[in-house]
Design a protein around this ligand. Structure first.
Ligand code: NDP
Length: 316
């Protein structure tokens, strides 16, 4: 006979600033939270270097250190942090069912979703191959720019992130090609101004990447002007993508409302989703702010909402 699934009062899915803040609040409220970390324990901040805009760190802190601090704080109050990946959910009943690594079934009275978002890629075969072998294709200039110091690189994107990352790279690299697929930026005027005033950033409009060359590391890219169809090669050794993020919410399709990109919908001024006892926090439900501190804030909201939900239902 198979074992009865474990029954929790509070399950937290994801381990970024939202998840850990939810865990700190839920643990201190004695909800005995269990956190399933997801495939990238610590979330996106583990892929950054210095974090200087998180309140309380006057001298900055690296992203990985900050996530260790948050983990230690959550564990100090009794959060059970488990490595694993939630692969399926069933929100039919009052008790929510969740499967970890496709096999382990867990039941929970409340579920806090803090699955975050992931960088988008162009999807070119050589881009993905070189990304996967650490061959110079990356979506995080702040994490990896250092490795390209003194080299010529290209960056794709036209939003605020792209402008920010191009400016960052321009401090390390003698030449940064910024490839914009339209004839204009999407970024705010201030960010565009910054790019336009950086002499070693060359913006190529109406330009897309057609292929990435190199066996073990990027040796160049083929670009195409989408107006004239003219192709040319740029001899870059690094390719940076800054073309937006996709929320990690695919497993909630069919259960929760989401926008066309996949950001989970919640009630205004609340972390509540349309399913009772299921709450959303962090980038999974926020396409506007996407900051560590706002994620932490919504993690707090989700834990308070979960605590109040359990109290109202008389679940102890
Ligand atoms: P955005 O979604 O704003 O921009 C993505 C950019 O990538 C767009 O310019 C888009 O082009 C381009 N793009 C998408 N797919 C492709 C593709 N396949 N090939 C080429 N280009 C592509 O994402 P961001 O990450 O820049 O920003 C997300 C949010 O975060 C925004 O609200 C932004 O304002 C905010 N933000 C704010 C910052 C700040 O204020 N300091 C810093 C960073 C982000 P197209 O324009 O053609 O659609």
């Amino acid at each position: 006979m198979s074992e009865k699934p474990e029954h929790l009062r509070c399950l937290i899915i994801g381990s970024g600033p939202a998840g850990y803040t939810a865990a700190i609040y839920a643990a201190r409220a004695d909800l005995k939270p269990v956190m399933i970390t997801g495939p990238l324990p610590g979330g996106q901040l583990t892929q950054t270097t210095e974090v200087e805009n998180y309140p309380g760190y006057p001298n900055g802190r690296t992203g990985p250190e900050m996530m260790e601090d948050l983990k230690a704080q959550a564990e100090r109050f009794g959060t059970d942090v488990r490595n694993g990946w939630v692969t399926k959910v069933d929100f039919t009943g009052p008790v929510h069912k969740v499967w970890v690594d496709e096999t382990t079934e867990i039941h929970a009275d409340t579920v806090i979703i803090s699955t975050g978002a992931s960088a988008k890629w162009l999807g070119l075969p050589n881009e993905i191959r070189l990304r996967d072998i650490g061959g110079g294709v990356t979506a995080c200039a702040v994490c990896d720019g250092f490795f390209f110091k003194g080299q010529t690189v290209a960056l794709v994107g036209a939003g605020d992130s792209a402008c920010e990352e191009a400016s960052y790279l321009a401090k390390l690299c003698p030449k940064v090609y910024m490839l914009v697929r339209k004839d204009h930026f999407r970024a705010s005027k201030a960010m565009v101004h910054r790019v336009e005033n950086t002499p070693n950033i060359e913006v190529l409009f109406n330009t897309e990447v057609k292929d990435v060359h190199g066996e073990h590391a990027v040796e160049g890219i083929t670009i195409v002007n989408n107006q004239t169809k003219e192709e040319s090669r740029l001899d870059v050794t690094g390719l940076f993508l800054a073309i937006g993020h996709k929320p990690n919410t695919d497993i909630f399709k069919g259960w929760l409302d989401m926008d066309e990109v996949g950001y989970l919908k919640h009630l205004p001024d609340s972390s509540k989703t349309k399913i009772e006892g299921v709450f959303v926090s962090g980038d999974a439900g926020d396409k506007v702010y996407r900051q560590a501190v706002t994620a932490a804030g919504t993690g707090c909201m989700a834990a308070l909402d979960a605590e109040r939900y359990l109290a109202a239902k008389g679940i102890h």
